[in-house]
Design a protein. Structure first.
Length: 382
């Protein structure tokens, strides 16, 4: 049975760096970063080097929405409202599905205590509230799959659309940083005290970040649509609760699966938008996976030094920015990379390259519990 193409009809990114996909890409191209030392979130009276919304940014974002929404819900609403306006998709119609992706959602609300705290912190609670405001016809689907949540949500949407269950899918993801999250990453000694350096020999950990993104997929083609989600696959290495595979074989399996589904050979991939957290094990594992999947000559970059690791939203944010980059013919630099710091000969982009002939790119991601994901995005041939 022939399955219909899944088109990307709109996307929107919201980070402390900028509002809008194009604005975020422009800031990245200019070498800007939202990763700074700050005390917006504290754990044991310690701040972090990360990308967090300021108090002023939160006020501006939440003012039109009222006081009934948490920061997490406000982020999602801002992103979804904007992109739905752009696309004209009607969430009240039953041919549309709303999928929400997050790693931790409202987990920060637990600090308030009280008998209702656990209920308010649940992703299902936020989903119900958002459905009401957005006039969605049902309950949104929720995907919480560690740091590949956004990528998994896109893959779920693709499968639902190609199975004929819906015509449109609104996939939104967000995460906010809280003392709970800080405590977890500090316990792993995984946080860098400075702007992170993915794939560099002096990398020493990640930066956390806040953000949201929404991507709308559809089986309905329009003249203005130029991109499709052509392939996707996931895998699990079952290595450790937090440590990734030491061989990269399982991520390579997901990459090869995504290329096979897309019908694309390795030599046709224009660039890799890597997970690239700047932790010693992640970058080594990803590099080995690229080599195993015959992608060692393909330019790869990480966006983590521009707006941090945005957890469950990372796959959506980085996919949207990479879509905009491919549309412009750009290969982005991996900010913070100067000296090769992984043991295999992969190609990490150091400079912004423009006027490139790009037809396909791969987005990779991994997360706690050994989960891996790979997505192939392509330009349409229509």
């Amino acid at each position: 049975m022939t399955v219909p193409p899944v088109y990307i009809i709109a996307h929107q990114v919201l980070t402390p760096l900028a509002s809008g996909t194009a604005a975020n890409l422009d800031a990245i191209a200019e070498g800007k970063t939202a990763v700074v030392d700050n005390r917006h979130q504290l754990f044991q009276d310690q701040g972090i080097c990360g990308s967090l919304f300021s108090a002023e940014q939160w006020l501006t974002m939440k003012a039109p929405l009222g006081n009934n929404f948490t920061n997490f819900e406000s982020l999602l609403l801002q992103s979804i409202n904007e992109v739905v306006r752009q696309s004209g998709v009607n969430l009240a119609e039953k041919d549309s599905v709303l999928i929400i992706a997050s790693t931790k959602g409202n987990i920060g609300e637990l600090k308030q205590g009280g008998t209702d705290a656990a209920e308010l912190a649940g992703l299902h609670h936020s989903a119900i509230m958002l459905a009401g405001v957005l006039k969605y016809h049902s309950r949104p689907l929720i995907v919480s799959n560690a740091c590949i949540s956004g990528m998994t949500a896109l893959l779920v949407a693709k499968r639902l659309l190609q199975a004929g269950h819906y015509k449109h899918a609104v996939v939104a993801g967000a995460d906010c940083i809280s003392p709970f999250i800080l405590a977890g990453f500090k316990s792993f000694q995984a946080l860098s005290p400075a702007v992170c350096r993915p794939f560099d020999k002096d990398r020493n950990g990640l930066n956390l970040g806040e953000g949201a993104a929404t991507i709308i997929l559809s089986t309905q083609h329009a003249a203005s649509v130029t991109m499709v989600l052509s392939g996707g696959a996931t895998s699990n290495d079952a290595n450790h609760i937090s440590g990734p595979s030491r061989t990269g074989a399982e991520m390579a399996h997901a990459i090869r699966g995504s290329m096979r589904q897309a019908g694309v050979q390795a030599d046709k991939i224009g660039f890799i938008s890597a997970h690239g957290t700047a932790t010693p094990y992640n970058d080594e594992m990803e590099s080995k996976a690229f080599l195993a999947a015959e992608l060692s000559q393909v330019p790869a970059f990480s966006l983590k030094a521009s707006f941090g690791h945005t957890l469950g939203a990372a796959g959506l944010i980085e996919s949207a920015i990479s879509l905009e980059a491919m549309n412009r013919g750009w290969i982005l630099p991996s900010k913070g990379y100067s000296n090769h710091g992984v043991t295999v000969p992969v190609t990490i982009a150091k400079e912004l390259s423009k006027n490139q002939s790009l037809q396909h790119f791969i987005k990779t991601g991994s997360g706690f519990g050994g989960c891996n994901a790979a997505l192939v995005f392509s330009k349409t041939t229509i």
